[in-house]
Design a protein around this ligand. Sequence first.
Ligand code: NZQ
Ligand code: ZN
Length: 388
Amino acid sequence: MNNFRFCVGTDILFGKNQLKNLPKAMQVYGKKVLLVFGGGSIKQSGLYDKLLFELKDFEIHELSGVEPNPRVETVRKGVEVCREKGIEVLLAVGGGSTIDCAKAIAAATFYEGDAWDMVLNAADGSIGKTLPVCTVLTLAATGSEMDSAAVVSNLETREKLTIINSGLLPKCSVLDPENTFSVPEAQTAAGSVDIMSHVMEVYFGSEKTFLTDRICEALLKTVIQFAPIALEEPRDFEARANLMWASSLAINGLCNAGKAHDWSCHYIEHELSAYYDITHGVGLAIVTPQWMRYVLNENTVDKFATFAVNVWNVDEKLDKFEQANEGIKCLESFFKKLAIPMTLSEVNIGETHFEAMAKHAVKHTGLNKYSYVLLNEKDIVAILKMCL
Ligand code: NZQ
Ligand code: ZN
């Protein structure tokens, strides 16, 4: 097990009616709030009205219309409001896109250049002071409610990049599973894939991390058990609650305690989203099984066999490679059961930009630093071709 630092300071308010406790948790950061939300689901579900009622003692300004795969233009709009109105705290109400947009605004408000330059230079320390961010999560998926990352897209330059900074960790997040009852089937499925992917991106590694690995397997089994129930019965509280908590735990550092991170599938998927604006979880479902097949070899087979046996109950008596391949098949079948498109052709993506995407993925990411199996541009093109 490698050395690690684990410090997650998000105050999680989990369960029914926790919105009532938000004012007390948020007021320590200020009274001037920028309420950030997406395309309207919070108005349809009634959450918006409940929020305004609970926050009647706050001065609320609004930024609506945050897109799935949030765009830098929206971040710029939010920065203007924060500066003009002297906003003291951001409240993001929605899924990962809304939360990420709020996080990027929180950092860009104090950045002296353009928001996109801040994103491009984040690894070199462009992020300094940040505004505090609180969240009310409405979709179990990204874990942004309890991590220090934000992903922002620039459709003009075809880039989708991640910024990571401890200042972006939400101060407080309301996780009421009932707020996810209205999530449509396709987003429930894609979100479930995303949760599993966050676990798998760090599960596959060569360090000896017995406890961390068992935690990972428990999270994977939780999603395998409850995603189909949430699809069948969207108002099943236990299913939504388990998915919601799994979303936060999958990426808050717990699953990679003591190990390196891979994130190859995410880096490849972010290229698909940057070029084609596809749903993050759908891209991951398409890429992950093919990445697994591509990196399966003598050195990696043991971990894939453990995954097969411990997560999918594959027969231990099979040969190691048979176990590993069976595990990958089980994962693929599970994603199919969630009715997710499983090839790039199904989402109308051809090979036109594969080389540019591969080049970009290697240039802009940590692919070559922490990967379980080091991928170069040729490898990424090969994996993308397997996804067609
Ligand atoms: O915009 P609204 O109207 O709210 O509708 C959203 C959106 O259309 C809808 N939705 C959300 N909650 C709902 C709901 N509809 C009905 N009822 C509800 N309760 O769902 C749609 C998708 O929302 P979005 O926020 O885009 O989904 P998700 O949470 O999957 O976020 C995806 C974004 O997060 C990034 C992804 O790359 C993508 O940009 N990620 C962020 C990460 C992080 N910050 O750590 C890590 C992830 O790996 C990921 O990259
Ligand atoms: Zn993800």
